[in-house]
Ligand binder design. Structure first.
Ligand code: NAI
Length: 290
C-alpha cells in the first residue's frame, strides 16, 4: 500500500512536527487534538516554521502554501476516516494511549495502519487495546521531527509483515531514515543513550565535576554534547522516567536510576526548563554555573 493520506493524533510538540514533515512530503494530513486551542497553536507553529524556511531560502513560498493546504485541523476523531495511516502522539501514559487506540478502532478505516510515536511503551500493550493488533506498529520520531532524520520502526510480536513493509516504505517516502527495532524498552537509541547519561550522573555522585564529565565525553568519545548538559537539556524528570521504564521492563539491576538523579527530580530541579539542573541557567537559557 502506498500511503498518501495520514492522520496525526495529538498536536503537541511531536504531533505538530510530524504533521509538518508528512505534509511537506506531499501527503494529506488530518491533525486531531482534544483541545481546539491546541489545534490552532499547532497549525500556527507549523506555519511559523515554514515561514522561517522561506526566509532562509530553504523552500519556496509555493511549497509553504501547498504544505499548509494539505493540513486540516480538527477535534473530531470521526474526521480520520480517509487516513490510510494514523500516527498517535498523545502523552506518554499507557492508559491514555490504550483509550486512544480503542477509539481509533472505531473511527479509522478498517484497513488503516495504527502507529504510535511512543518513546518506550510496549507496542504489544498498546496494540492489545485495538481490535487489529496486526496493524499496530511503533514509529518513533525524534525531536525536532522536521530536523531529525531517524525514525525507529518497531513491530510488535504480532505486527504483520505487510504492516511493517508499508510503515518502513512510508518513512522512506517522507525523506527520513528508518531503522528496525525490537519491541523492548527504549528500542535502540534510548536503550543505549539514557543508561550512558545515568552512568555519567553516578560519576557526579562520586564527586567528579559536571564540566569534567562533559569535557571527557566530548574530547574522549567525540560526542557533540556532554552527557550532563544533555541530561539538563532533555529534562531530568524525562530521563528518570525512561530509566525507570528500562529498569522495570528488563527487571535488570544494571538499569537502576542513579540516586542523585532521583534526588534532583525530588528537589524540583529538572534541568534547563526550570533554570537549574546539574548546571544553572539564566533567562536566555545559557549555562552560568554548576
Ligand atoms: P505533548 O504533551 O506536547 O502533546 C500531546 C498532545 O496530545 C497535547 O496537545 C494534548 O492536548 C493531546 N492529547 C491528549 N489526549 C488526547 C486525545 N485523547 N486525543 C487527541 N489528542 C490528545 O507531548 P509530546 O512531547 O508531543 O509527546 C507525544 C508523544 O511523543 C509521547 O508518547 C512522547 O513520549 C513521544 N515523544 C516525545 C518526544 C519529545 O522530545 N517530547 C520525542 C519522541 C517521542
Amino acid at each position: 500500500m502506498n500511503v498518501h493520506t495520514v492522520a496525526v493524533i495529538g498536536g503537541g510538540l511531536m504531533g505538530s512536527g510530524i504533521a509538518q514533515v508528512v505534509a511537506e512530503a506531499g501527503k494529506k494530513v488530518c491533525l486531531v487534538d482534544v483541545s481546539a486551542d491546541q489545534v490552532q497553536k499547532s497549525i500556527k507553529t507549523i506555519s511559523n516554521h515554514l515561514s522561517r524556511k522561506v526566509e532562509k531560502g530553504k523552500c519556496s513560498k509555493e511549497h509553504m502554501e501547498q504544505t499548509l493546504d494539505r493540513i486540516t485541523g480538527t477535534t473530531e476523531m470521526a474526521n480520520i476516516q480517509e487516513a490510510q495511516l494514523v500516527i498517535e502522539a498523545v502523552p506518554e501514559k499507557l492508559d491514555i494511549k490504550k483509550k486512544v487506540f480503542a477509539e481509533l478502532d472505531t473511527y479509522a478505516n478498517k484497513d488503516a495502519i495504527l502507529a504510535s510515536n511512543t518513546s518506550g511503551l510496549s507496542i504489544a500493550a498498546i496494540g492489545a487495546a485495538a481490535k487489529r493488533p496486526e496493524k499496530v506498529i511503533g514509529l518513533h520520531f525524534f525531536y525536532p521531527a522536521p530536523i531529525m532524520k531517524l525514525v525507529e520502526v518497531i513491530p510488535s510480536l504480532i505486527t504483520s509483515q505487510d504492516t511493517y513493509d508499508t510503515a518502513y516504505q512510508f518513512v522512506k517516502d517522507i525523506q527520513k531514515d528508518p531503522v528496525e527495532c525490537k519491541d523492548y524498552p527504549g528500542f535502540i537509541v534510548n536503550r543505549i543513550l539514557v543508561p550512558m547519561v545515568n552512568e555519567a550522573i553516578f560519576c557526579l555522585m562520586e564527586g567528579v565535576k559536571p564540566e569534567d564529565v562533559d569535557q571527557a565525553m566530548k574530547l574522549g568519545a567525540n560526542h557533540k554534547m556532554g552527557p550532563i548538559t544533555l541530561a539538563d537539556f532533555v529534562g531530568l524528570d524525562v530521563l528518570l522516567a525512561t530509566m525507570e521504564g528500562l529498569y522495570e521492563g528488563f527487571s535488570d539491576s544494571k538499569y537502576r536510576p542513579a540516586p542523585l538523579l532521583k534526588k534532583m527530580v525530588e528537589s524540583g530541579n529538572l534541568g534547563k526548563k526550570t533554570g537549574r539542573g546539574f548546571y544553572i541557567y539564566n533567562e536566555k537559557g545559557e549555562q552560568v554555573g554548576s
